[in-house]
Design a protein around this ligand. Structure first.
Ligand SMILES: Cc1cc2nc3c(=O)[nH]c(=O)nc-3n(C[C@H](O)[C@H](O)[C@H](O)COP(=O)(O)OP(=O)(O)OC[C@H]3O[C@@H](n4cnc5c(N)ncnc54)[C@H](O)[C@@H]3O)c2cc1C
Ligand code: SF4
Ligand code: SF4
Ligand code: SF4
Length: 424
């Protein structure tokens, strides 16, 4: 069922160009926005966090002597296009609070205080350097978006007890206002794209000491470390890790959690990170505990054959982890060949956490009348009238685990469906 027969929609006596609201600025939301804007459709992107780009903007390029097709650079390219496109407006720190639909959608938005004025900020970094509280001024992941810095509501001392105004006074551009209030906004749209992605599994419930032992980190934390420091450092000492274990399938393919799905991307992502670590820190020993190796992406088989020479593969999922002498960690696992319980020491353990349904999806899905599958991910073709017939479309990992290229392809298909619906 299409909406308009031409590119304009009527509201009262006004005639307005078609406008699409995209919820979520991950690679799927950015890609859908680019496709639509190229067709001269106005797009507004609503992003709840301080920075656009979703999870994938946090990943490092894993190329060594050649490109390993990890897809990380594709996100930077999309973000660059979005921030410079005259038909696209990005609203960070913003959530949809309420939606009503008659001919088009009327949406109430809430914008949290962002404290740094993007029009005035020159990204000089003075606020970051001068702030006395760790984590109160945070850096973004991409210089393609300004401001590159944000003030954390949870950590800032002024917002806690009014005891500090250092950054506001030090900012040479007077770009910081610590008293900015939350803002209620409203907007309209002819169609809505839900591209809220996924939430990484939180491994605190697993017996691996995450949150307790400093040298147990997640794959996402390793991605960020490689992106910002370029090397793998032990959080306990800040020195280079020499013996690293990757534990796969943490929070995926797990009957106890009722997470029966494979997250599809974490095997390839971990092995590509291992390849990068070996190239940058050649003395590092790398061990990979796994169930099956899922291959994704173009040319993965060629890459896999190469990386197998650098990584010791053990087909077992460890039972638990204990701290031993110094800051080392002892990993216990059942050896598949001898059927004996084995113990080995490592100085860093990386948990390859999988993808789970986006936090808050149930509430957003109810507001937009989107159906959820048994897994908790959004369902494209559930029972009853598909949400798309009412002008609500889905893109990317909000529907289930997928890679960056798959998310881009999904967004392309969604943009095509939206165009058909609008009758453009
Ligand atoms: C550890 C790890 C490593 C990975 N490595 C690779 C890799 O090397 N190569 C690869 O191809 N894929 C990789 N992936 C998969 C990749 O992260 C996804 O394909 C991609 O991020 C999906 O994009 P998305 O836009 O659908 O979702 P997301 O990246 O999750 O983006 C969703 C966005 O929506 C925002 N949002 C959520 N809820 C709301 C709301 N209510 N209102 C407003 N905004 C909201 C979020 O803040 C976020 O910015 C990896 C995944 C993991 C977990
Ligand atoms: S000190 Fe001011 S201009 Fe410099 S990065 Fe911070 S907010 Fe921006
Ligand atoms: S007010 Fe103080 S604690 Fe808060 S961000 Fe600025 S410098 Fe940091
Ligand atoms: S991609 Fe690999 S690590 Fe991730 S859930 Fe699937 S099998 Fe496990």
């Amino acid at each position: 069922m299409g909406k308009n027969s031409n590119q304009l929609s009527k509201k009262g006596s006004h005639i307005m160009a078609n406008k699409v609201l995209v919820i979520g600025s991950g690679v799927a939301g950015l890609s859908a926005a680019c496709e639509l804007a190229e067709l001269d459709i106005d797009v507004e992107i609503v992003e709840q966090s301080d920075f656009p780009g979703g999870h994938a903007i946090q990943y490092t390029c894993k190329a060594t002597d050649t490109c390993v097709k990890c897809g990380a650079c594709m996100v930077e390219e999309k973000l660059d296009r979005v921030v410079n496109h005259p038909k696209i407006k990005v609203m960070t720190g913003t959530r949809v609070q309420d939606v009503s639909k008659s001919d088009d959608f009327s949406l109430k938005l809430v914008k949290k205080p962002l404290f740094i004025d993007p029009e005035k900020c020159t990204n000089c970094g003075v606020c970051f350097e001068k702030c006395p509280e760790k984590g109160a001024v945070v850096k973004g992941f991409s210089r393609n978006h300004s401001p590159f810095y944000a003030i954390s509501e949870d950590k800032c001392l002024y917002l806690k007890d009014r005891s500090c105004t250092i950054c506001q006074e030090a900012c040479p551009e007077k770009a910081i206002d610590l008293n900015v209030p939350e803002e209620a906004k409203s907007t309209r749209a002819d169609a809505v794209i839900l591209a809220t992605g996924f939430t990484p599994f939180n491994p605190v419930s697993k017996p691996y000491g995450y949150g307790e032992f400093r040298n147990v980190v997640t794959n996402l934390e390793l991605e960020r470390m490689l992106r910002t420091d370029g090397r793998v450092l032990k959080p306990s000492t800040g020195t280079e890790a020499e013996n690293i274990a990757f534990i796969q399938c943490v929070g995926s393919r797990d009957a106890k959690l009722n997470h029966l799905w494979c997250s599809k991307v974490c095997c390839g992502s971990a092995l590509r990170m291992a390849g990068l670590v070996k190239a940058r820190q050649p003395g590092t020993q790398l061990t990979f505990f796994y169930m099956d190796v899922q291959t994704f992406g173009r040319d993965f088989d060629v890459f896999y054959a190469k990386v197998r020479k650098d990584v010791r593969l053990i087909r077992a999922i460890p039972g638990d982890i204990y701290p031993v002498a110094g800051d080392r960690l002892q990993v216990t696992f059942l050896d598949n060949v001898s059927s004996e319980t084995m113990q080995e020491e490592f100085d860093l353990v990386v948990l390859s956490v999988g993808m789970t349904p986006c936090r808050g999806l149930q509430e957003t899905a109810e507001t937009l009348q989107v159906q959820l599958a048994e897994t908790g991910f959004a369902e494209k073709d559930g029972q009853g009238t598909p949400a798309s017939e009412k002008g609500v479309f889905l893109a990317g990992a909000v529907t289930g685990p997928m890679s960056i290229p798959e998310s881009i392809a999904s967004a392309g298909n969604t943009a095509f469906e939206v165009v058909k619906y609008l009758g453009v």
